[in-house]
Structures are given as C-alpha cells and as structure tokens.
Design a protein around this ligand. Structure first.
Ligand code: NAG
Ligand code: NAG
Ligand code: NAG
Ligand code: NAG
Ligand code: NAG
Ligand code: NAG
Ligand code: NAG
Length: 486
C-alpha cells in the first residue's frame, strides 16, 4: 500500500463579505445565490505550501536541490553518455545515450539529505538484479530498506555538479561501462576527474516545492505552533493544520467573515502540481480507494464545521486534471458522493465543484447538467491570462479586450438559469506583458472585477500574500492597483 501523500491539508479562504443569517433558509429546489456575490481572496500557500509564494521557506533545508520529485539526468564522464532506463523501465540501466529525454530522467524519493530511491519513467524503481551488481529498474515500489536505496555523494556542497552514487545494498559505487551500469566499483577516494567511471555529471531537469517536499526536508525540526491536537498525519506531513483551520473559523466568526474550505490536495494527487501535495509529480488520485478516502475527508470537514456560522461553502476538489485516469464519470461519481457527505451535515453550505483543467480541450460546461440536479451547488472556473501560448504575445489592450469579450462570453455560458451558480475561484491581475504601466495594471484589474463581478456566486483573487507583488492582493490594494469600492 502506498503512502498517503496528503490528507488534511487544505487551502481555505475567507471572503470579504458580510454573511447574512441563513437561519430561515429551507431546503431549496433551486440554487439561491448569496444576497450579493461574494468577493473573496484565496489564502493560497497557507496550509498547502507552494514554494514560489515564499522561496525562503526552503533555504535552510540541507541539500535543498534534491527534494522529493526532483528530476535528474546523469552523464557518465568516462563514457560521455547519459544513463537510461531501457524501455523506460522494467530492465537494465544502460549508459549509451548521447541525448537525455524521459527514459534518461530519474525522479528522487528522498530518504534523507543524501539518500534516495530512484524512480524511472514508467514509475518503477532502481535496484540491483539477482546477481547483486547489475543495476536495473524493475520494482513497482521501493518498499523500505537498503536494497532500493542509493547514496549520492557530491563533489561540491555548494552546487550539484558531479556525483558518485553508492548502492547501500552492497556499499559499492555505480560505474558505467560501454553499455551496462554495475554496482561494483570499490575505490573509495576520487579526484572527480573525467577518468573515474563512478563519476557522473548531473543536470537538474525539474524541481517541486510543495508540502511533501517541505515536510520531508524538515521532518525532524519541531515547529512551535504545530501543536499535536489533530490526529498524526501520515509521514512526512506534520500535524497542526487542523488547529490552524479551527482558529481561522474562530477568527472568521468573530469578524463575521465567511469561509470557503477548498480541498487542494487529495490522496494520490489529483493533478501533477505541487499544490496537490504530490511527492514526485505523478498523478494517481482516481482509484476507488483514493476516492473513498477523499469523500471521507470531505465528510470529516463538513461535520467539524457545519455548525459554524462562518461556513459558507466546501469545495470538493481543486483543479482535477483531465486525463484518462479521471474520466468524467469517475469525477462525477466523486462529486455526487462528496455532495451528500456535505449534505449529511448541512443543507445550507454551498457545495463547489471545480471543472477539470490542464488537459487539451477542457470544457467548463461539462458539469452543468449534472450539478443542476443538486441544490445549492456552484461551478468553479479559474481565469488566468497566463500559461497558454496565445497569451504570450498579447499587448495590455488586447488582454483587457480579451477579458471584456472572450472571458465574459465564457462566463455567460457557465452561468445558466436554473443551473449551478458560477464562481471565478481564481484570477490574478498579472500577465506576460513586459512593459506594463501602473495604469495598465489598474485597467486590467478593473475589467476583471467588472466581468467576474457578474458571476452569480462571486469571485476569489489568487492570492492574499505572495513574494511576487502582482500576485498579492494585499500589495495590490495597498498600491491602489485594485480598488474594492462598492
Ligand atoms: C536552497 O537554499 C539556498 C539558500 O540557502 C537558496 O539560495 C536556493 O535558492 C535554494 N534552492 C532551492 C531549490 O530551494
Ligand atoms: C542530441 O543533441 C544534440 C545537441 O543538442 C543535437 O545536435 C542532436 O541532434 C541530438 N540528437 C538526437 C538524436 O536527438
Ligand atoms: C544501449 O545498450 C543496450 C544494451 O546493450 C542496447 O540494447 C541498446 O540498443 C543501446 N542503445 C543505443 C541507443 O545505443
Ligand atoms: C451541531 O448542532 C446540532 C444541533 O444543535 C447538534 O445536534 C450537533 O451535535 C452539533 N454538531 C457539532 C459537530 O457540534
Ligand atoms: C492512459 O493512457 C496511457 C497512454 O495512452 C496508457 O498507457 C494508459 O494505460 C492509460 N491508462 C488508463 C488507466 O487507461
Ligand atoms: C450520510 O449519512 C448516512 C447516515 O449517517 C451514512 O450512511 C452515509 O454513508 C452518509 N453519506 C455520505 C455520502 O457520507
Ligand atoms: C467592455 O465592453 C463594454 C461593451 O460590451 C464597453 O461598454 C466597455 O467600455 C468595455 N470595457 C473596456 C474596459 O474595454
């Protein structure tokens, strides 16, 4: 059984809206919008880490370039060839590739600061074959123990440039010969020169900085406010987020602010991104076991906060990835079970469903008919003028025009009469325009406020605080880019 990547870590955000007394609200056959659309801000990066919000969180971790999920490519200095998991895995590791692509990429599972399991393209792990020396990628999971563990010794503490890799199973270094890689090099000392068959040049292809990476890097450091009042979460996650969320509700009740709780990270990871709490960027949420567990988490949250006057809504899952693993019927099945898990505890709280993202041809209308049959539901769409190629060359004026026409038409199609309410759950006043003036940013923010203000449930800015100024709503308000006059 694989470890649970994440359980109770959520992103939650209060909305800037005076909550009305819902005491008289009976069971509705149709969706009742809030008395005026909510205007909210996401507390992104708070209970589920994303490194780019505050890179300094990772500065004190020893060997912070080699956290979980880091993708490495190794080039033998004697062969001048890259290591490759032949066929992507399931057979030998070879040393005969002039170029590096997916079969030549190894993902780290971090045991400690210098010891790792190595995962190859088809998700198998590296170990030694029956002969005790041939290096193969043939096991479906690394289990525990030295048989699958490799220690990476580096020539420079400051920078990851050259390494030697020791198989802990037999204490020998890996060496590359014409084709094969074997763990039988017994010379302890090295001058890291081009003549040592156990020396490899390393290239970092990709890194992740999420909750898994942070906790597994810091797991031995006790943190003051992570008081162990919640059940012990599975390793490497640390307790305390439940208490933090409890405190958020206490605060929200005191100031009459509503809270939307949004499950950002589901067991197995519902997308490949760090905000899903993934260990290594692989995606395996949509299994019966993981889905049942996720429904359980939703029920747990609903029962804990149903009685709070500040619980406005529960969002069942953030940004599920469109893929053949989560076909729409599996997702709908989950949304239906999650919906009733909430309804078991409250009829009043809205249930929010995020449309599928990241795949080609994602269709934001795909859940409308389904959700229409479920009272007090909301469809969440995320509108960024970023990432896709078509945004890279737009001028400021073209961006503003795009929001005013294309986005506003898109929002109209997901805002159906007698359908679920519409919610722009993430947006940001940021773009790839290099020479934008303050006035350009103000206009861009304003057109988004105008257009997204037509969503029948409301909108939420991504995000409250961020080192990148324009992503921070606090900075935008203080610097008069965003004005929330009513
Ligand atoms: C690792 O920490 C150092 C500071 O100690 C920092 O400069 C560097 O950017 C960090 N690297 C990563 C990948 O977080
Ligand atoms: C390998 O990379 C080199 C240098 O980037 C390039 O010139 C060559 O075409 C590549 N070969 C293959 C087979 O992709
Ligand atoms: C690499 O070596 C393996 C094992 O000898 C061989 O099957 C494969 O064809 C070689 N690949 C290349 C690109 O030379
Ligand atoms: C919520 O309130 C109801 C009615 O007052 C009560 O029966 C129930 O135990 C409360 N639940 C929690 C979790 O406090
Ligand atoms: C998903 O698609 C990939 C590539 O086409 C295929 O190898 C894999 O078996 C598919 N998985 C499922 C669960 O259908
Ligand atoms: C709702 O509650 C009932 C009875 O307490 C329980 O049998 C059912 O499994 C719950 N449904 C969900 C979806 O949690
Ligand atoms: C958006 O379009 C409307 C007409 O549909 C127009 O009145 C308005 O000026 C436009 N706003 C911007 C910022 O272009």
């Amino acid at each position: 059984m694989s470890r649970l990547e994440l359980l109770f870590l959520l992103s939650c955000f209060p909305y800037l809206f005076h909550i009305s007394d819902g005491g008289s609200m009976a069971v509705q056959n149709e969706n009742m919008p809030p008395s005026s659309p909510i205007r909210a801000v996401n507390l992104g990066g708070w209970l589920v880490t994303e490194g780019w919000f505050m890179p300094s969180l990772f500065y004190d971790i020893i060997n912070n370039e080699t956290l979980d999920g880091t993708k490495l490519q190794f080039k033998s200095v004697t062969q001048n060839m890259y290591l490759s998991a032949e066929h992507g895995g399931g057979s030998n590791i070879v040393a005969n590739r002039t170029n590096a692509s997916t079969w030549e990429t190894f993902k780290l599972w971090r045991i400690n600061e210098d010891t790792f399991n190595l995962k190859v393209d088809n998700n198998q792990f590296v170990t030694l074959a029956g002969d005790g020396v041939t290096v193969v990628a043939s096991v479906p999971s690394p289990g525990s123990g030295e048989k699958f563990q490799f220690q990476m010794l580096r020539n420079s503490i400051k920078q990851l440039i050259r390494v030697r890799i020791k198989a802990l199973n037999n204490g020998m270094f890996l060496q590359a010969s014409t084709d094969l890689v074997t763990a039988d090099y017994d010379v302890q000392s090295t001058n890291w020169g081009d003549d040592d068959p156990s020396v490899f040049e390393v290239k970092i292809k990709d890194q992740l900085q999420g909750e898994y990476q942070l906790c597994n890097g810091y797991v031995r450091i006790p943190v003051g406010w992570w008081i162990a009042s919640d059940p012990n979460p599975p390793a490497p996650f640390v307790g305390g987020s439940l208490e933090a969320l409890d405190n958020a509700f206490i605060w929200a009740e005191k100031y009459n602010v509503g809270v939307i709780v949004d499950l950002h990270a589901a067991p197995g990871s519902q997308n490949q991104f760090e905000h899903s709490g993934t260990r290594d960027g692989s995606y395996k949420w949509a299994t019966a076991t993981n889905i049942a567990q996720t429904v359980h988490v939703i029920g747990f949250l609903a029962s804990r906060y149903a009685n709070s006057s500040s619980l406005l809504a529960i969002e069942l899952l953030n940004e599920p990835q469109k893929s053949n693993l989560s076909d729409l019927s599996a997702l709908k099945g989950y949304y239906q079970d999650g919906y009733y898990a909430v309804r078991n505890h409250t009829e009043k709280a809205y249930v929010i469903m995020s449309t599928q993202v990241y795949g080609a041809n994602t269709d934001t209308t795909e859940l409308l008919d389904f959700a229409s049959n479920l009272p007090n539901t909301v469809i969440d769409v995320h509108y960024y003028n970023l990432y896709a190629d078509n945004f890279k060359t737009l001028t400021a004026e073209q961006h503003i025009e795009y929001v005013n026409t294309t986005r506003s038409a898109e929002l109209r199609t997901v805002t159906r009469q007698n359908g679920p309410l519409s919610f722009v759950g993430e947006w940001v006043a940021e773009w790839d325009v290099q020479t934008a003036s303050k006035e350009d940013y103000q206009k861009f923010a304003q057109v988004q406020l105008d257009v997204y203000g037509r969503a029948t449930f409301g909108w939420a800015y991504w995000t409250y605080k961020h080192v990148n100024e324009h992503w921070s709503m606090e900075w935008n308000i203080n610097n008069k880019i965003i004005s929330l006059k009513t």
